[in-house]
Design a protein around this ligand. Structure first.
Ligand code: 5GP
Ligand code: MN
Length: 332
C-alpha cells in the first residue's frame, strides 16, 4: 500500500485548472467507472476535466454518465495529445505501467504536469509523482470512493458518481463474489445506494445486453473450444479471428468467458487466448494463492492481479497455447 496524504492531494487539485484522467487499453467497467466517477466529481469542483482512453470501450458501458465527453486517443490522436499537453494535472486510473496505454504512454512520459496514480494492480511502476495505490482494494472504484471521501467530498457523491462507482465495483468483483470483496466493499456499496441508484438496473444495463451472436459465441466456445489440460486443474479456450467474424464479434463480447471453466469441479486456473489485431491477447484467472500475475509477467509480457491477469504473445494462437500448456505446471 502506498498512499500520499489527502492534504497533498487537496492542494494539488485546488491549484490545478485543466485536469486529464486516463485509463488503460481496452477499458473495462472499472476503468471507465473510476474515470467517469472522478470526472463527474471534478466537474462539481468546477475543473476543466477530460477523460482520455487509448481505444474504444465496450458498448455496454455507453450509458455511464459523461461517456459522451470521453476522448478516444486511437480515433482522435491530435485532440488527445493537445489535451494531455495542456493539462496541469493528470490522473492515471486502474493501471500502473505506461505500457498499458500503448502510444499514449509516450505522451505521458514527456509531460511536465504531475501524475497521480490511483490503482489496485500489483507492482506499480515509478512514473507518477503521487500514489494512491492499494492491492487489497477490490477495484479502482473502491479507491476512488475512498479518495473522494478523503478529500472531504463524500457529500458531493450524487447519483451520477454513484452509478459509475457501482459499475466498477460490480464488474471487477464478478458481481461481489471474488475473494477481493471485503466489509469495506459492502460499506461503500451501502453508501452508494443511499444516492438512489438502483443496483438491478445497473446490473441489467451491463449484463443483459448480449446480442444473439454473442450468446451463440459463448455456446460455441463452451461446446467446441474448451480444453482441459491433462492431469492438471487447468482449462482454456483459444479463439481465432475467423471464429470471431463468424459470430459478428463486437468489442467486449468475450468479456467474462475466461471464468466459465471454474464451474467445473476442481478447476483452479483458466485461460483464454484470442487473436486480436495481429497479436494474441491473453486472459488468465486463478484460485487462491496461485499467482497468475507473476506467471503473466514472466512468460507473457503482461501482469495484473494474483487471481486475474492478462498478457500478450506474438506467436500464433496454436504456438501460444502450446507454450502455456508446457509452462502451466510451474504454477502448482
Ligand atoms: P483481462 O483478462 O480482463 O483483460 O485482464 C485481467 C487483469 O489483468 C486486469 O486487471 C487487467 O488490467 C490486467 N491486464 C490485462 N492485460 C494486461 C497486460 O497486457 N499487461 C498488464 N500488465 N496487465 C494486464
Ligand atoms: Mn480494476
Amino acid at each position: 500500500m502506498q498512499k500520499d496524504s489527502f492534504l497533498k492531494f487537496k492542494n494539488i487539485i485546488k491549484n490545478s485548472e485543466n485536469i486529464v484522467i486516463t485509463s488503460h487499453w481496452s477499458p473495462d467497467g472499472d476503468a471507465m467507472g473510476s474515470s467517469l466517477a472522478l470526472y463527474n466529481y471534478l466537474l462539481l469542483l468546477n475543473k476543466n476535466v477530460k477523460v482520455i482512453v487509448p481505444n474504444p470501450y465496450p458498448e455496454f458501458l455507453n450509458w455511464l454518465p459523461g461517456h459522451k465527453q470521453v476522448i478516444i486517443h486511437q480515433q482522435n490522436p491530435k485532440k488527445a495529445e493537445k489535451t494531455i499537453n495542456q493539462a496541469d494535472l493528470i490522473f492515471t486510473l486502474d493501471f500502473n505501467s505506461l505500457k498499458r496505454i500503448e502510444k499514449m504512454g509516450e505522451l505521458l512520459e514527456k509531460v511536465k504536469a504531475p501524475i497521480i496514480l490511483i490503482d489496485h494492480h500489483q507492482q506499480p511502476e515509478k512514473y507518477a509523482k503521487y500514489y494512491f495505490h492499494d492491492v487489497n482494494a477490490c477495484s479502482t472504484c473502491e479507491l476512488i470512493f475512498e479518495f473522494i471521501s478523503g478529500l472531504g467530498g463524500k457529500k458531493l457523491i450524487d447519483k451520477k458518481i454513484a452509478a459509475c462507482l457501482y459499475t466498477g465495483l460490480m464488474t471487477d468483483t464478478g458481481s461481489f463474489r471474488y475473494p477481493s470483496v471485503t466489509t469495506k466493499t459492502h460499506m461503500v456499496i451501502s453508501e452508494l445506494l443511499k444516492t438512489g441508484i438502483i443496483p438491478a438496473e445497473i446490473h441489467s444495463a451491463i449484463y443483459d445486453t448480449y446480442s444473439y451472436e454473442r450468446l451463440k459465441l459463448l455456446g460455441y466456445l463452451l461446446s467446441e473450444k474448451l480444453e482441459v489440460v491433462e492431469k492438471l486443474p487447468v482449462a482454456f479456450f483459444t479463439i481465432n479471428e475467423n471464429e470471431l467474424k463468424k459470430f459478428n464479434y463486437q468489442k467486449g463480447d468475450t468479456e467474462g468467458i475466461v471464468n466459465y471453466p471454474f464451474s467445473i469441479k476442481g478447476i483452479k486456473v483458466c485461460a483464454l487466448f484470442m487473436e486480436s489485431e495481429g497479436i494474441i491477447k491473453i486472459s488468465f484467472r486463478s484460485k487462491g494463492k496461485i499467482d497468475v500475475n507473476k506467471f503473466a509477467r514472466e512468460h507473457f509480457n503482461g501482469g495484473g492481479h494474483i487471481n486475474a491477469a492478462g498478457g500478450k504473445s506474438t506467436f500464433n494462437l496454436e504456438e501460444t497455447a502450446k507454450k502455456f500448456v508446457s509452462l502451466v505446471s510451474s504454477l502448482f
